[in-house]
Design a protein around this ligand. Structure first.
Ligand SMILES: Nc1nc2c(ncn2[C@@H]2O[C@H](COP(=O)(O)OP(=O)(O)OP(=O)(O)O)[C@@H](O)[C@H]2O)c(=O)[nH]1
Ligand SMILES: [Mg+2]
Length: 389
């Protein structure tokens, strides 16, 4: 990657999307926080396809995470960083929580089984009070919408000290809006913020108009006092607890509930304000210009994966591997990238290439377009595919 993080005189290159890895010749971008800096670390968790990456992109205002209608688009956890005024929100986009059997069935990486907490333990998290779970449920999926995924419940039960909010996503796809009330009751066991169903029954929640008072809705001060400096936030669940969780439909300890559509700008702004208000005094982790901890190459390969998922049957993209062959600045200021895809089967090579090479050209074009928006410059991607011998 050609860009350097910092000039010798201390001034920074503008790195619109990525932070270069803190290794090799790169100098990391050190946080440039103000004296009264605030921070909130948000892990977005949920079943595959709930809309976690869509929400992360929308909150960031720029697409840095791959999104697709197929499950398991996100393969490893990545951070997005949203910095406004004195506040930094660190968003953790996680792979859909999954089980060992699904990992085997979908040829997923074993790392996808890892609890999101463990993936970010240190240095990201030093204090539970600065952390929040956003649990996303796809309310348009009628098979799964009325109960929390077991893996999600397990994650919440293992970290009972971390505040959690429930986001009922994709409400734009639900025709009978009154159904959302029943769903909320089921997914919260009828209890929100320690009280019996304090959920507002409007499709546009009241928060859309009125921002919550700081500390009053999300994590009361007494919670913070209790959680501050908590050394071991996670607990191992006993067999009995796991058994009880299996029969549990919802989680009775959500601080708040949002009825939401990630594609609605107003909804996203409302949630963003909520997170900003929920941030607590603390040091920033990243320079204000950083948008993600993914390297530019990682952003590129994950967007290639997104397009492959979009255009090909699931089993093809899941078995392809990618190698970035070169990444350089072109003479006209554009970014020239070459990526080689390796397939396990000859038939997969032919499918990726498509009739007369049309599909691979289309994917390269679409990825170039997306990356131009990410890097705010013209991107020319050369994509080729080869059989792995
Ligand atoms: N109509 C509608 N579609 C949405 C909304 N949010 C997300 N989607 C779509 O849902 C699909 C899945 O979105 P993703 O963001 O990839 O979901 P994810 O939870 O990150 O999925 P995994 O990474 O596979 O776990 C995509 O096709 C999105 O465009 C929403 O609010 N409304
Ligand atoms: Mg995702």
């Amino acid at each position: 990657m050609a860009c350097r993080a910092a000039e010798a005189d201390g001034s920074f290159y503008r790195l619109p999307a990525s932070v270069p890895p803190d290794s090799g010749n790169h100098t990391p971008l050190h946080p440039d926080q103000p004296d009264n800096s605030k921070v909130l670390k948000v892990a977005i968790i949920g079943a595959p396809n709930a809309g976690k990456s869509t929400l992360s992109n929308q909150l960031l205002g720029r697409k840095v995470f791959a999104v697709s209608k197929k499950v398991h688009t996100t393969r490893s956890r990545a951070l997005g960083v949203l910095t406004e005024n004195d506040t930094q929100i660190i968003l953790l986009d996680t792979p859909g929580l999954t089980t060992p059997s699904k990992v085997k069935r979908h040829q997923l990486e074993k790392s996808m089984l890892v609890d999101p907490w463990n993936t970010v333990k240190e240095p990201l998290i030093s204090c539970v009070a600065l952390f929040l779970f956003v649990v996303m449920v796809d309310v348009a999926d009628r098979w799964t919408c009325n109960r929390l995924d077991f893996e999600v419940l397990k994650c919440l039960a293992q970290h009972p000290n971390i505040p959690a909010i429930l986001v009922l996503n994709k409400v734009d796809l639900v025709k009978a809006k009154d159904k959302l009330l029943d769903l909320t009751a089921e997914l919260t066991c009828g209890i929100v913020n320690g009280q019996k169903m304090r959920v507002r029954l409007m499709v546009k929640p009241r928060w859309a108009k009125k921002r919550p008072e700081r500390d009053s809705e999300l994590s009361p001060d007494e919670d913070n006092a209790r959680h501050e400096g908590s050394a071991e936030p996670s607990s191992v669940l006993s067999k009995e607890q796991l058994k009880a969780l299996r029969s549990q439909q919802g989680w009775p300890s959500f601080k708040d509930v949002f009825m939401f559509s990630s594609t609605d700008r107003e909804d996203v702004d409302t949630l963003k304000s909520y997170l900003m208000v929920a941030a607590k005094p603390g040091p920033w982790q990243y320079h204000s210009e950083v948008l993600t901890d993914q390297s530019p190459e990682e952003v590129c390969t994950s967007i290639i994966r997104e397009k492959l998922l979009e255009h090909l049957p699931q089993e093809v993209p899941y078995s392809l591997t990618q190698t970035v062959e070169f990444w350089r600045d072109g003479e006209g200021g554009e970014l020239d990238i070459s990526v080689k895809l390796y397939a396990m089967k000859d038939s997969h090579v032919r499918m990726v290439i498509g009739t007369a090479g049309q599909l691979v050209a289309r994917i390269a074009h679409e990825v170039s377009k997306d990356l131009s928006q990410v890097y705010l410059r013209e991107v020319r991607l050369k994509l080729s595919v080869k059989l792995r011998k």
